[in-house]
Design a protein around this ligand. Structure first.
Ligand code: ADP
Ligand code: MG
Length: 236
């Protein structure tokens, strides 16, 4: 199959405890995929495997039929990760956080790096925070800065781990709009782990439910609503 991220019989255990159990699933590229699941079900593990921060015990991850590592090294496939707690450095200003990776790897000229960073910050509505220290920003602003940083390498695939976990409704809406704008204006494939049902329905092309080590259900939001899965109960 073409144009997808394919988890092919992926398993992962920690000290004998099975977290992912022969999980197989295709995520079509260029779409927004939401992964829902109870705490401890392996949602972060799944994202970390795509990021290359963890490797499967068995099975493999393919991107367009190519092994993940080969897709990254041979085709220069770029995957970015928006960490759950944003993981910005408080010893650096926002702008220096954003350009850090490109600075350290000497990618492009300093002038272009800054130009690109200010453009992205401005697209995300946080250009006024450029000279501030991340710890001086609100949670919503920090999240936007973290997204801005992840966009600097121009990723084909962007992973978000619980991007609205610490956010109020207004900021959650802002993040939903950013994800929808990226869907409309780029070809970035976005994989979003969340337990916020309203947020999931605001952004998803597909919703997948991770439970007991596998993806139990996966469908478009309309069809997912029909399933009445207990996880979709707003007070669950
Ligand atoms: N590096 C690790 N070492 C040991 N156990 C881990 C590690 N990472 C995750 N786990 C375990 O794997 C399970 C799934 O974790 P995680 O993917 O973080 O869940 P969540 O769905 O809440 O994101 C949990 O039981 C967690 O304790
Ligand atoms: Mg997690």
């Amino acid at each position: 199959m073409e144009n997808n991220i394919n988890f092919n019989n992926v398993s992962k255990s920690f000290s004998g405890k099975v977290v992912l159990d022969n999980l197989s699933h295709n995520f079509k590229l260029n779409e927004v995929h939401v992964i829902l699941g109870k705490s401890g079900m392996g949602k972060s593990v799944l994202l970390k495997m795509l990021m290359g921060l963890m490797t499967p015990d068995a099975g493999q991850i393919l991107i367009n039929n190519k092994k993940l590592d080969d897709a990254k090294s041979i085709d220069n496939l770029k995957i970015s990760y928006v960490f759950q707690f944003s993981a910005l450095l408080n010893s650096l200003s926002v702008i220096d956080n954003i350009t850090l990776y490109l600075d350290e790897n000497n990618i492009d000229s300093k002038e272009n790096r800054l130009k690109k960073a200010y453009k992205i910050l401005s697209d995300l509505g946080v250009e006024d925070s450029a000279s501030k220290i991340p710890s001086d920003l609100s949670g919503g602003m920090r999240k936007r800065v973290a997204i801005a940083r992840s966009l600097m390498i121009e990723p084909e695939i962007l992973l978000y781990d619980e991007p609205t976990a610490e956010l109020d409704q207004i900021n959650t809406r802002i993040i939903a709009k950013i994800i929808n704008d990226l869907k409309d204006t780029t070809n970035i494939t976005q994989l979003v782990v969340t337990h916020d049902i309203g947020f999931a329905f605001a952004i998803a092309d597909t919703i997948s439910i991770l439970d007991e080590g596998v993806i139990k259900i996966s469908n478009n939001p309309e069809m997912i609503k029909e399933t009445n899965h207990p996880l979709l109960d707003p007070i669950a």
